[in-house]
Design a protein around this ligand. Structure first.
Ligand code: S3P
Length: 171
């Protein structure tokens, strides 16, 4: 038995869906951003502001690797986890990867203005969402075992779809 990783862009609903899915599958729910915040003792936003994205990405890789010894869980990953080659290999090695697809417009409607996503804050948010998503789509697709389009679906519906598609795929 291995982890079920939820990947995808900011606002795809990974954290909410991970909780629902973990309940249904009777597994622990883990959020990589939470591991980072707990070990760094401050918020993702503060880490970006004080140390920058490169430092954040190093903490993210460490947090992901720490799951090697965790019991099989549903894991919500930060949207940028696919950026490093090493992370993509770890995802593949430690579990089954589910890509939650979302559009840039939907992302902005869901989380664009809440100030918690440093990469989307500021006046360039719309452009940033569109270009970041475009640059990452191939990476998400390359590492995913399965994809689920979340646009127009509730978190509960997304969780149901995942349950039906992972059977036989994620032991
Ligand atoms: C990021 C996504 C965030 C968080 C950080 C960077 C990204 O997580 O890890 O702000 O690069 O896409 P969510 O995808 O859970 O919002």
């Amino acid at each position: 038995m291995s982890h079920i990783f939820l990947i995808g862009f900011m606002g795809a609903g990974k954290t909410t869906v991970a909780r629902l899915l973990a309940d249904r599958l009777n597994r622990p729910c883990v959020d990589v951003d939470d591991i980072i915040e707990a070990s760094a003792g401050r918020s993702v936003r503060a880490i970006f502001e004080d140390e920058g994205e490169v430092a954040f990405r190093a903490l993210e890789s460490e947090a992901l690797l720490s799951l090697e010894s965790a019991q099989p869980s549903v894991v919500a990953c930060g949207g940028g986890i696919v950026l490093r080659d090493e992370n993509r290999s770890v995802l593949k090695r430690l579990g089954c990867v589910v890509y939650l697809k979302v559009s840039a417009g939907e992302t902005l409607a869901r989380v664009g203005a809440d100030g918690t996503r440093p990469l989307l804050s500021g006046p360039g948010g719309v452009l940033a969402a569109t270009s970041l998503l475009e640059a990452r789509e191939t990476l998400y697709a390359a590492v995913a075992d399965v994809s689920v389009d979340t646009v127009g679906l509730s978190a509960d519906q997304v969780a149901s779809q995942i349950v039906s598609v992972i059977e036989g795929l994620c032991a």
